[in-house]
Design a protein around this ligand. Structure first.
Ligand code: TIU
Length: 220
């Protein structure tokens, strides 16, 4: 059944049977005190704010049988899937693969790479391990969505202007309608968060639609 989600630049009709909730990179290293994000000097409470609203959406999506997909940013332990240009960046002790406070930074299988316990994936919910910022690059997300006839994505997570934005741009170019609930996203830079959301909905919704958890929940 199609329902209308209130959003900007305009309300958008959504068939929940053909929609997915995509939760981007809610990983311990980005969100938890003592993790990689905080080691870089970031205020992780700015990201923590998104946990509760995402939890509300996640619980309702599960109740209603809406497809839920989780993503994690990270690399193979041998780093063979990480381009040198990415590996070289940052101070040597804070580079990808270096030992961080929660294990090797952005390496699969390390404690910091896990999704925070409040949003832990349930059996049957696909988890996309992605080597890039976008969830489509070098992953099987696109065929996975195509096999289920998905046309609309509710995209949330961290960080707004990096992995959420990249994913929304990739999805938009692949023909998906993206709705971004702003309070379910977070950035270490409040101004980037605000501008990131503004960019999505500008020019008649150039990349998609912006809403919030209350309005999405009302339509779910
Ligand atoms: N998931 C994600 O956004 N990865 C990042 O590296 N984000 C930063 O803002 N650094």
């Amino acid at each position: 059944m199609t329902v209308l989600i209130d959003a900007e630049p305009e309300p958008i009709p959504v068939d929940w049977d053909r929609a997915a909730l995509v939760i981007i990179d809610m990983q311990r290293d980005f969100l938890e005190p003592g993790g990689f994000g905080e080691t870089l000097g970031n205020d992780v409470s700015l990201l923590q704010r998104a946990v509760k609203p995402i939890q509300a959406l996640l619980e309702r999506a599960r109740e209603k049988g809406v497809l839920v997909i989780h993503t994690r940013e990270g690399h193979r332990p041998d780093l063979s899937d990480a381009p040198r240009a990415k590996l070289e960046r940052g101070a040597p002790r804070l580079r990808i693969g270096a030992r961080g406070p929660m294990g090797r930074i952005l390496v699969r299988g390390e404690p910091g790479h896990d999704i925070v316990p409040e949003l832990a994936p349930k059996d049957g919910e696909p988890v996309i391990d992605k080597p890039g910022k976008g969830a489509f690059y070098a992953t099987d997300l696109h065929p996975m969505l195509a096999y289920k006839n998905i046309e609309t994505l509710v995209v949330c997570g961290v960080t707004t202007e990096v992995c959420v934005h990249t994913t929304v741009r990739e999805a938009n170019d692949r023909g998906y309608r993206c709705i971004v609930p702003g309070d379910c996203c977070g950035s270490y830079f409040p101004e980037f968060h605000a501008q990131g959301l503004a960019m999505i909905k500008a020019q008649g919704g150039i990349f998609g639609w912006v809403s919030d958890s209350a309005r999405v929940l009302a339509a779910l």
